[in-house]
Design a protein. Sequence first.
Length: 592
Amino acid sequence: VADLQILLTTLNAKFIHSSLSLRYLQSYCRRDFPKMIVEEFDINQPTGLILGEIFRCQPNVVAFSCYIWNINQTLVLARLLKQVLPALTIILGGPEVTYDAPEVLQEHPYLDFIVVGEGEQTFCELLKYLREAASCQTPLNSNLTNIPSLVYRQETEIVQNPRRQLPTRLDVYPSPYAQGAADLGPKLAYYETSRGCPFRCQYCLSAAAPGVRYFSMERVQSDLRTLIAAGTPLIKFVDRTFNSNQEHALTIFDFILNNPGRSRFHFEIVADLLTDKMLDYLARVPPGLFQFEIGIQSTHRETLSLIQRRIPQETMMPKIKMLQAAGRVLLHLDLIAGLPGEDYQRFQQSFNDVFALRPGRIQLGFLKLLKGSGLREKAETFGYIYSATPPYEVLGNHWISYAKLRQLKDIESVLDTFYNTHRFDQTINYLLARHYPTPFDFWHDLARYWIARRYHRAAHQMRNLYQYLATFCAEKGFADLEIILEFLKFDYFSFEKSADPPAWCRVVNLPGSMRKKSSLVTEHHLVHYLPQLAGLTPREIYRRVRVEAFACDVTAGVTTVSNTPTLVVFDYGARDPLYRRAQVTRVPLDSP
Ligand code: SF4
């Protein structure tokens, strides 16, 4: 039997990502094709470089895993590969080629095969066929009819075989981490304990296949042991609704707690399914160990009904509030702009509802009409205009114009920079309390300033962002600018132990003996207020903390701000595990 040189590859969205699908395919085929080469690239690498790297392997077969973020570049690469290696067999698979596979083959004559849907078995059977065909010179296409979920050419025709019956027990797929996870290095690991989702949201591809299938708990625990032992910094569970089965989820949480390591764990959950038992459990987990991504998408009842997202808001929101109040789990809340039934005005309400929960992160996303999704089929009914090429982003519909969606994009860029970093929380809280009727009004105002100066077109150093916010407030002509800048200074020193404070940071003169800050350690017994510093020498303490004076009491909240000078100690050796802010302690000016 001839030895085919097979290369399995994909282009990840970022260098830091890793491909779970390649690992599954490689694991499933390992016994039959132990020499298969697996190479991961990312979409930020030049196409010429990737072409050269693939060419260097001199493959007979190249298989690409295709998603909305890489399909354009993948097709360019595939065409180039066929030009430089005309005998090459090219296989595509993945969600981006699953729903219109015959059309993709028709439009791209340099492609040979498409593996549709869950790919492990089909891909392996196809490789076996290709090996046979190469060794016995079997005419291409004989026996291909026996491979379910395969799309291929037969002379001038495109043939689409019937879909494969999917295995109910997912353990038939060998572990993607059977050979360990050390090769991941600093990259984040994707992992799944189930496939499928019990919900049917019409914008989502997970709604297409019915039912949820699970891996066995033994298998999951063995894989997690491997990932934790490898020191993987972040393990992202891609289960579509991780808590669809509460006992399954709790067993995994327990396992993680009983097997501590350096990893953090990210889950996509549906908040409505959180029971009291689960909420109670989550109020006691170590802070920062778990991150939850929760899709709110919209708080508009009519919109939720149009997209068939049957997750009751009335029960979901209080549960999110409880999770947030417990302060143990970092919450990412998702909103989607461009959904049917939601105009710009109503979207503001959804935004303000989500902002009121003050989650760790707000992801303002924009609807994409994915191939195979229910909403794409109703595009005409809802008056959608959208990009014909990936990522199929919506440009307008009966309810919202492109101009308004553009404004929301601008807001998304400032939200990500100024909210999701949590670097400006106190300043923003103060501005919201004193100067804006709703959070949306503030973000809209800041976005206008940001765009007018073309800041969205450049990368910025963190230090400059504080300056931009200071300038924004100055240009707004706020009468209480001095107080705002004190809050901004507080935010700045909550993260930065800067030896060289920025120009906008006003130095506040303290009365009399308090003037010399370095004398505080001995004269005012800093350790009395920060017991965690006990046993450190004054030199060690000053390497670890910063003592800063403020013209007003920035620690007392934003609604009543007293004008009495305040002394604050920032302890950078005791940062909070969720946002990495320094611990803040107010030291009375008349301390002993
Ligand atoms: S959006 Fe989430 S909950 Fe809805 S079908 Fe998709 S994966 Fe399931």
